[in-house]
Ligand binder design. Structure first.
Ligand code: ZN
Length: 414
């Protein structure tokens, strides 16, 4: 009867779940810089406590924030919230969601922070990424409580800052300082529908700075053009793409094209200051995504080798790569109980087969698998337009995701 009543509760209270999501979206937690984090956390604390959860509001020390975050976030304090339901079980299961959202652009047709329901979808900034999933995790607890059910694990929820800028003051802070030590975890994004992710690709972000010598535009021979040198260097790096075709991952990726390493050059680039001046500096960024088989240190070496070879060929080239972020893929053993429990939960709720895959983008999951050595899966609400001006979630999926979470909470063995 338990399952039926959770399902019934969720179906009957669907509108409440949509309202809860909308209310969360009304906090304009744009990051950077990281606005309204505290009021959002206070709201979550109030709601969690109304469910009988024990909460812990965590303020990240300013010095820590200054160490890890860029200056645009300074003056915007970072908070995280933990909410616990200890039932005296042997093991603890953790659910994590981030409450920060990417900044909005001007082309939203409606107020992005006042979500609108249209044809079974909820439109608004943060609906899909990822306040809907956050609401679903809390509402799953609400449903179990309302149905008088006791989970098979101690349940621990975290609502965290800064996923959109790297997570160091969010999940990174909790995990590195051992404020959470779960036996298994669910990151509430990075898989949806029939796909449960058991990891995600790795990443390297770097900035390449090329230095030249400025000169008058009428006399370019007198200078060294940093832009032209930089373009030539980027062209050498682009040649890597041929090599990528030979490095297909053996892991199942959520999309076939993600089974290969990928690279985006020049996401940010620039340098020169005037049309009639030979530019003495030019920089461009590298966004390189790693398959689970690749190691970030090898990838760094690969780029440095290209730079060194280019310098051998061109004695006037002055270039240096600065790594801004990098980590290997986050991976959980596919046979870990949490993978099988999650897969089964999705099958029970949707009535269709579920698959385990590796997510092509990255989430905060790698903090759990890499630093906390905690088996972790990714699963959340289905939607589209993440980071765009038509972001939405599917309301059907919102209800089903809450049910999937409730199922996972009720089963500690596959
Ligand atoms: Zn997200």
């Amino acid at each position: 009867m338990g399952k039926v009543s959770v399902q019934t509760f969720l179906e009957e209270n669907k509108d409440y779940l949509v309202r809860l999501t909308s209310e969360l979206c009304s906090f304009a937690t744009e990051n950077p810089p990281g606005k309204d984090f505290e009021p959002c956390v206070d709201f979550l604390q109030g709601y969690s406590e109304s469910l009988g959860l024990k909460t812990e509001k965590i303020h990240v020390p300013e010095a820590y924030q200054r160490r890890y975050n860029s200056p645009e976030t300074f003056g915007y304090p970072r908070f995280n919230l933990l909410a616990r339901w200890n039932v005296g079980a042997e093991k603890t299961l953790h659910f994590n969601s981030h409450f920060d959202v990417v900044p909005v652009s001007d082309d939203w047709k409606t107020n992005p922070f006042q979500p609108v329901v249209k044809q079974g979808k909820l439109f608004g900034r943060g609906t899909c990424d990822m306040k809907g999933s956050l609401a679903a995790s809390l509402f799953a607890v609400h449903a179990l409580k309302a149905c008088g059910l006791r989970p098979a694990w101690n349940i621990e929820l975290s609502f965290t800052a800064d996923e959109e800028i790297g997570g160091e003051c969010g999940v990174g802070y909790l995990v590195k300082n051992k404020l959470v030590r779960p036996d298994a975890a669910v990151v509430c994004e990075g898989g949806s529908g029939q796909a449960v992710s058991f990891g995600h690709r790795g990443v390297l972000w770097a900035d390449v700075l090329v230095r030249g010598v400025s000169a008058h535009g009428s006399n370019p021979q007198a200078g060294v053009n940093a832009f032209e040198k930089g373009i030539a260097l980027a062209e050498r790096m682009r040649a890597l793409e041929k090599e990528f075709r030979r490095r297909k991952s053996r892991f199942p990726l959520d999309r076939p094209e993600f089974a290969y390493p990928t690279m985006t050059l020049g996401g940010v680039s620039g340098g020169g200051s005037k049309v009639n001046t030979v530019p003495d500096r030019f920089h461009f960024t590298i966004d390189r995504r790693l398959t689970p088989e690749e190691r970030v240190n090898d990838v760094i070496k690969e780029f440095n080798t290209i730079i060194a070879e280019a310098k051998k060929k061109d004695k006037t080239l002055k270039a240096k790569m600065h790594v801004t972020r990098g980590f290997d893929a986050g991976i959980t053993d596919k046979n870990a109980p949490i993978c099988q429990i999650a897969k089964k939960a999705v099958q029970t709720v949707t009535g269709k087969n579920a698959t385990l895959c590796i997510f092509g983008a990255f989430t905060d999951l790698h903090f759990f698998t890499g630093i906390a050595k905690c088996p972790t899966i990714g699963y959340g609400v289905e939607g589209e337009g993440l980071h765009g001006s038509r972001e939405f979630l599917k309301i059907r999926s919102l209800v089903e995701t809450a049910r999937v979470y409730a199922e996972i909470m009720m089963n500690s063995t596959p």
